[in-house]
Design a protein around this ligand. Structure first.
Ligand code: FES
Length: 129
């Protein structure tokens, strides 16, 4: 009997449950990708979920100084505590600040039943984990 040569689908990591985050809330998580640990943030914005690597596009630093505090006071934008780069929650695009026009690195997520699963992002040419 011949074994299937198709690769098994990558297994995601459960990072949250559906309904866990309300609008303007975030949750940090860690993923092990290609031997390295990356920190991510799950973002709830207007009923939808988004996930990004917690690394500013200005300088490779975490966005939050206060643990898990990513949103502006009005819950409209994600903001970097270091120098104020301001990002659109739905796209990760920097719309104000020193990295204007750059994008946070996205983390693929999928909802499976009540679970929210995160998967390792594809490393791009000029980005390491
Ligand atoms: S490190 Fe984020 S704005 Fe400078």
């Amino acid at each position: 009997m011949e074994r299937s040569k198709t690769k098994a689908p990558p297994r995601g990591k459960v990072i949250a449950r559906t309904g866990e985050l309300s609008h303007g809330k975030t949750k940090k998580f860690r993923l092990r990708c290609q031997g390295q640990t990356i920190e991510g943030l799950l973002v709830s914005y207007q009923g939808n979920l988004f996930a990004y690597v917690n690394r500013c596009r200005h300088i490779s630093l975490s966005l939050d100084w206060v643990e898990n505090h990513f949103f502006t006071e009005d819950n409209r934008y994600i903001i970097c505590a270091n120098h104020g780069a301001t990002y659109e929650p739905t796209t990760g695009e920097c719309i104000w600040g020193p990295c204007y026009g750059a994008f946070l690195q996205g983390v693929p997520i999928r909802v499976s039943g009540q679970k929210i699963l995160a998967f390792c992002p594809e490393p791009s040419e000029n980005e390491a984990y």
